[in-house]
Every structure is written in structure tokens, then in C-alpha cells.
Write a protein that binds this ligand. Structure first.
Ligand SMILES: [Zn+2]
Length: 347
């Protein structure tokens, strides 16, 4: 039988084949535990089951690992070291577990890191963080509507944002061995932004007030088949430093390496956007002409709005033809502020 939908998945779960399978996992609402398929524990009621493609996804949704079946993202029995460490985490899930804590318990951190990575696709500290965020998000989240409302309104604090983020978007896609994206909250004079980076590139930079941000994350996650988890890399440090200088008016271009995530057409538009000099502006029609496709004004406008790298790909420099502000996904007040700021600091 193929597990195409939750009804099929529940049937497979109910069949209790006696063999462990890691094809998917079941989170049980009534107990807060997630299990492998084939767990000897009592069959949960259908209405209490949520199915996940990976252990990380279940963890980030706030479930803790079952002590009978030791669910993992990769086939294989959990080692004594893993079992011991998971017990430690479960005894104190709110604690910010570090490798020093492991050492203090007499376990070699590199062994723990390797075994966790193999078993769950996450290091020990990533596992502990996913579990902690899942627990926090569970108390915070009343449902997707609330989360989306908060995302649209912007967050007061980084921790609130992270918790909500992990709850809604932090899930690892199915069968992905790729390293995760790290999302971090950055403070700017125009309000908070978030940056999505890996070890080498910046993938997204947006104001938290941006509309439809959730769709942007979802697209990124699915396209690259990589989880998005809270955290930072040296690329995050670089863009954070450059943002400080940009807002101080001391730099007019960014050097952080960018990962192009668009279609060929979008990449062409984004390149043309980056050619608009700091402190200047142009109309959508100018941009369409610049890419040699005068008739593509609407497609240009939509590529402009969806670039995912606010400030760096300067869509704020594109205004309406009559001289009006035009639109800005991050908010028109921000657009005006940016245009004024650049005019003032134009070299
Ligand atoms: Zn179980």
C-alpha cells in the first residue's frame, strides 16, 4: 500500500506489521509523543494522529521521541549514547543544551555529534534546539491563523519569532540529507528583518512585516529540500555587519554572496535592479527596457516584488511612472525612508 494520504498512513499504522519503518512518523496529540511505524505501544485514535515525513519535523512540532521505539530519521537502532542523551534532554527540555553539558556528563561531544547526525539528520545541539523550540512553540501557538497574523504584524522579540517560525516552517522536508538553512532575526532602524543563510550564501533577507512571507519560506524549503532552522553562520555575520553600515550611510553596495533562487527571467530582472545606482530611482517600464523586453512590464513588476532579498536587490528604487511611490511589499513608509536615506548619503 502506498502512503499517499493520512488515511492510508493510518491504515499502515493500524496494521502493526511488527517491523519498524522510518518511511514516516506519527505524532500523537493525546500523549505528546511521536513514534515509528511498528511501535509496540497502543494504537492511538485516528483523530489524535498527525503524520510527519521526518523525525526533525515531529520534534519541531513539539513532540518528544517515544522511549519504546526510539524514532529516527534513518533506519537503525538508537545507540546507548543517543538514548542517554535523549533522556537528559527529556528530563530538562527547556535547557539550552551545549556540548560542554555533554562533556560534563562524561560523553565525548564528537561521538554524540556523529551519532545524532547519523540517527536523526541533526547534531545533538540541533536536536536539543528543535525540541526546545517545539516545546516553546506548542505553548505559543494557538494555530496557523494566529502565527500568520503575528508574522504579518511583525514580532516584538527574536525569541517569539523563532518559536513561531519553528512551529510553522521549521519542518525538514522528506528524506533530505542536505544541510539546513539557518534563519536569524536582525535588528535595523526600520524594524526587524530576518536573514536565511547557509555556510556560503545568503538566500533571503526580508522585513518581518513583509506580506506572504510564509509562502516565501515554504517555496525556499521545498525548492532546495532543506530544512530551515533558527541559527546563524558566518554569512549571517557578514550581512548583519553590512546592514549596519548601509543604515549608517557608509556603504552603498553589498558584498555578501547571494544565491540566485529565481527563474532565468527573474534573475535577469534582479540583475537589472542591481544596476540602478544607489540614490536613484526608475520606473518599471525603464526596467523592462533595460532587459530588452519592453512589453514585459507586468512580469517585471511581479519579479521585482518577489526578489526575496530586500535592500540588496534594490526593488525600493523602482517607482511609479508618474513619480508616485508605487508599491513595496515591506511597506510604503519603509520605501520612502530608504529613498530619502539614499538620497541623503549619495556619494
Ligand atoms: Zn513508540
Amino acid at each position: 500500500m502506498r502512503a499517499n494520504n493520512d488515511a492510508d498512513r493510518y491504515e499502515i499504522l493500524a496494521a502493526r506489521s511488527g517491523e519498524f519503518s522510518d518511511a514516516f512518523f506519527v505524532g500523537v496529540k493525546s500523549t505528546g509523543i511521536f513514534c515509528r511505524i511498528g511501535c509496540p505501544a497502543r494504537l492511538p485514535k485516528r483523530e489524535n494522529c498527525t503524520f510527519y515525513d521526518s523525525a526533525a519535523e515531529a520534534l519541531e512540532a513539539g513532540f518528544r521521541a517515544c522511549k519504546r521505539c526510539h524514532p529516527s530519521s534513518h533506519a537503525g537502532e538508537a545507540s546507548a549514547v543517543i538514548k542517554k542523551l535523549i533522556t537528559l534532554i527529556e528530563d530538562n527540555p527547556e535547557h539550552r543544551w551545549s556540548e560542554d553539558d555533554i562533556k560534563a556528563k562524561g560523553i565525548d561531544p564528537s561521538t554524540a555529534r556523529r551519532q545524532f547526525k547519523k540517527h536523526f539528520g541533526l547534531t545533538f545541539t540541533q536536536y536539543a534546539r528543535a525540541r526546545r523550540l517545539g516545546a516553546a512553540a506548542k505553548t505559543l501557538a494557538k494555530g496557523d491563523t494566529v502565527i500568520n497574523a503575528q508574522l504579518n504584524a511583525g514580532y516584538e522579540s527574536a525569541s517569539g519569532f523563532r518559536a513561531a517560525f519553528a512551529k510553522t516552517f521549521g519542518a525538514a522536508p522528506a528524506k533530505s540529507d542536505a544541510s539546513p538553512f539557518f534563519i536569524e532575526w536582525l535588528t535595523t532602524p526600520l524594524g526587524p528583518m530576518f536573514a536565511v543563510c547557509d555556510e556560503t550564501h545568503l538566500y533571503m533577507l526580508e522585513f518581518t512585516t513583509r506580506k506572504n512571507m510564509d509562502r516565501g519560506f515554504e517555496k525556499l524549503r521545498k525548492k532546495h529540500k532543506r530544512a530551515v532552522i533558527p541559527g546563524r553562520t558566518s554569512v549571517t555575520d557578514q550581512i548583519e555587519g553590512e546592514l549596519k553600515s548601509y543604515f549608517a550611510g557608509t556603504i552603498s553596495t553589498f558584498k555578501t554572496p547571494l544565491a540566485p533562487t529565481g527563474t532565468e527571467f527573474q534573475n535577469q530582472v534582479w540583475k537589472a535592479l542591481q544596476d540602478i545606482p544607489y540614490g536613484q530611482s526608475c520606473a518599471y517600464t525603464d526596467l523592462a527596457i533595460a532587459i530588452g523586453n519592453e512589453k514585459a512590464v507586468r512580469a517585471v513588476a511581479s519579479s521585482n516584488a518577489n526578489n526575496g532579498l530586500a535592500l540588496i536587490i534594490p526593488c525600493h528604487r523602482v517607482i511609479a511612472k508618474g513619480g508616485g511611490l508605487g508599491g513595496y511589499a515591506g511597506g510604503l513608509d519603509k520605501k520612502q525612508w530608504l529613498l530619502d536615506h539614499e538620497k541623503l548619503h549619495k556619494p
